[in-house]
Ligand binder design. Structure first.
Ligand code: ADP
Length: 458
């Protein structure tokens, strides 16, 4: 745990008692603050109480006594409308912040030398964060990994000058971190997402920009209009910047399977299963840039791409049988993510699609339809997706995952000899049939394992 001392002796309100809210309360208490925590749900409140966190009904509290409100990142700050705790805090001139802000302030106060690498972007955050942490660890550094991935930032081990903090930051977390100042930041991409929480694309992009604006050094992928404009605005600002691109000239580029630094080839990702696809080329190039900015040499970075184990549910290879590979990309909950998966193989893709669709469905995937050998539709989106596929792609309405896995396996194994892929990349949220994308991915993995065991049995 990282005790937060900047509120010692003061009263702090906390709203939202999930993992990060509880960690925040305990870290503030350990640093000497008096906390008053609350959540709308009984379950959240009773779990916090069991952990020894003092509860207070913030609806009836006198807000004048609070030095700050710490909000969980899932609670609306500005849009669609401020949460009632935000309104009360602002009415009493109480600042509203999040756990990443507390971390940043503590670091600035007690250990500003501790390397703090912060990663954001609409897509690829977790992959890039995990890859950076992996390479630092393999090169012998003391590393803590957390934030929007894995463990909440305040549960990490205490700050020391040699310890690297690699922190994934969602836009919600940055929005609640007004003075965030990482030693190195990475911004991957900005595409429409979470607009219900940020109002407009301009606001959303502004929040993402705030992370790099505070950084001493940053890596920025300049492959979309929003990030390109940000890079331009900060050129000459005094920050050390490395631009990254998979399309144009930049300091760090990804082309074919190779990463180039100022036109010199430095790494080849060919054959690294955990970094398949151009999107992972982008993530790896951004990780390379962030690590260079952190002072690592090529010799410390490059050999460790090959041992990156990858993250579950993101283009995760779960099995191979004969010429067929089985890929779990359950995290692809929108068409954009599925597009990156389909872009990975030129043909022979047996893709399982469906669930609870996002607006626009799979229409944007049309240019990739020729790569799909067959689609297997599941869940609530089946009828809509069938309409989009029409006569252009062979498809089968399977209803459920077990049918889809059996049918796709059958067809892919029968397709040889060229490599074929059974790909779960549903372009949908999972809530119509599963609790979350993790449960959906685990189900796929179990079904594939059982299916292959059956086929391998004499
Ligand atoms: P995040 O943490 O931002 O959600 P992840 O690293 O978990 O991102 O990847 C989630 C999905 O997003 C992946 O399965 C992949 O389909 C897609 N993706 C990953 N990296 C990128 C990228 N750089 N650009 C576009 N899409 C990506």
């Amino acid at each position: 745990m990282i005790p937060i001392t900047s509120f010692a002796g003061l009263d702090v309100a906390i709203f939202g008692l999930g993992a990060s809210g509880n960690a925040t309360a305990l870290a503030l208490m350990a640093g000497g603050a008096r906390v008053a925590a609350w959540d709308d749900s009984d379950i959240g409140r009773s779990a916090a109480e069991k952990a020894g966190i003092p509860l207070a009904d913030l609806m009836t509290e006198n807000w004048a006594r609070f030095a700050a409100l710490v909000l969980a990142p899932g609670v609306p700050f500005t849009h669609p409308e401020p949460h009632w705790t935000v309104t009360k805090a602002q009415g009493a001139q109480v600042e509203v912040i999040g756990d990443v802000e507390l971390f940043g302030r503590e670091r600035a106060a007690v250990c500003p030398e501790a390397p703090f690498i912060a990663i954001t972007g609409t897509n690829g955050k977790s992959t890039t964060t995990a890859l950076i942490a992996h390479i630092l660890r393999e090169s012998g550094r003391d590393v803590q990994l957390g934030g929007n991935i894995g463990f909440p930032v305040l549960t990490l081990d205490p700050l020391t000058p040699e310890r690297y903090f690699v922190v994934e930051c969602s836009s919600f977390q940055i929005d609640l971190a007004p003075t965030i100042k990482p030693s190195v930041a990475a911004l991957l991409n900005i595409t429409p997402d979470h607009l219900d929480r940020h109002g407009t694309m301009e606001n959303y992009a502004r929040v993402k920009e705030h992370l790099v604006a505070g950084a001493d050094k940053f890596a920025i992928v300049v492959d979309d209009d929003w990030t390109r404009a940000i890079a331009k605005r900060h050129a000459g600002s005094g920050a050390e910047i490395l631009t990254v691109s998979t399309r144009d000239t930049a300091d760090v580029t990804f082309s074919g399977s190779r990463i180039f630094f100022r036109k010199e080839p430095v790494a080849d990702l060919a054959g690294i299963d955990s970094l398949r696809g151009r999107h992972n080329g982008e993530n790896a190039a951004a990780a390379y840039a962030a690590l260079r900015l952190s002072g690592l040499s090529d010799g410390e970075i490059v050999p460790h791409f090959a041992t990156y184990p990858g993250l579950v549910h993101r283009m995760e290879q779960v099995a191979r049988l004969q010429h067929v590979i089985f890929i779990n990309d359950s995290k692809a909950t929108n068409a954009e993510s599925t597009e990156t998966a389909l872009a990975t193989w030129p043909r022979g893709i047996h893709v399982i699609l469906g669930g609870k669709a996002k607006e626009g469905g799979i229409e944007s995937l049309r240019p990739y339809f020729p790569r799909i050998a067959k689609a297997y539709l599941i869940g609530a989106a089946s009828d809509d997706f069938a309409k989009s596929l029409g006569d252009d792609v062979p498809f089968e309405a399977c209803g459920t995952m077990d049918v889809a896995v059996a049918r796709a396996t059958e067809a892919a194994l029968g397709s040889g000899p060229a490599e074929a892929v059974v790909l779960l990349s549903p372009a949908c949220a999972s809530f119509d049939q599963y609790k979350n994308f993790e449960e959906r991915g685990e189900h796929f993995r179990r079904l594939v394992t059982a299916e292959l065991a059956r086929r391998r049995a004499p």
